[in-house]
Design a protein around this ligand. Structure first.
Ligand SMILES: [Zn+2]
Length: 238
């Protein structure tokens, strides 16, 4: 079986009301959430899923902070990976906090759903940044490499995609902003992201992905770093 190593990278933190992440919770407590990208390696590929945000400028997307060791360059250096060796970048969607460092990966092919790259002016997108990248558009679900599948899962954005990865302990779904936190997933019934354009569409996407994975790796949850540190074949950097 084709399996991969998955390493989460911490690319800074945002502060947002909890209700932004947990639909219908009625709790507007401002909470700190990480920006997470994932490095995946295996079968001759070095892959990045989401590239994080541009450096905080004190104006846009605030409150948002990033320590010097939380840049994409520094996080990759920590695991001894050269950005020029990345051959594939998969973007779950094009929001500013997921596609801000595309320019670092000069030798990579960039895969995005066609529905997502059709509108570079959508809210939450840093149009000036993402328009510099050339994308390979994907239409719906697709096996990108053996053991890596792209899964169309709209609701947070129109062309949101998740990434299903075969790893040693089963099938891991990198959920991006479809499911930003473990608490969205572990509730019964599952709770959508508070940031969405259509409740029915996002609920349908959650139903679709829950049938196909054994574990999830969400886009904005600190717990990712704790859990992966305790798993043997999916390696965390602690
Ligand atoms: Zn988003």
């Amino acid at each position: 079986m084709d399996t991969y190593k998955i390493i989460p990278l911490c690319l800074g933190h945002i502060q947002r009301p909890r209700s932004n992440m947990v639909y219908g919770c009625g709790d507007d407590t401002v909470t700190t959430y990480p920006l997470i990208s994932y490095y995946i390696e295996g079968n001759g590929h070095k892959i990045i899923v989401d590239t994080g945000g541009t450096a905080p400028d004190g104006e846009k997307w605030m409150p948002y902070e990033r320590k010097s060791n939380e840049s994409m360059e520094m996080q990759l250096k920590k695991i001894d990976v050269d950005p020029m060796d990345i051959d594939t970048v998969i973007l779950t969607h094009l929001h500013w906090d997921h596609a801000g460092n595309n320019g670092l990966f000069a030798n990579a092919k960039f895969y995005v759903q066609r529905l997502e790259c059709a509108d570079l002016n959508q809210p939450g997108v840093d149009t000036a940044v993402v328009s510099k990248t050339s994308y390979i558009p994907v239409d719906g679900d697709k096996e990108l490499y053996p053991g890596i599948r792209l899964i169309l899962a709209p609701g947070h954005s129109a062309g949101m995609q998740c990434v299903l990865v075969s790893a040693g302990q089963g099938r891991y779904l990198l959920t991006g902003d479809l499911i930003p936190l473990y608490e969205n997933w572990e509730a019964d019934p599952k709770i959508p992201n508070g940031g969405m354009y259509d409740l029915e569409v996002i609920t349908e996407s959650i139903r679709k992905v829950e049938k196909i994975c054994d574990h999830i790796l969400p886009g904005h949850d600190n717990i990712v770093f704790e859990r992966l540190c305790h798993e043997a074949t999916v390696k965390g950097i602690c």
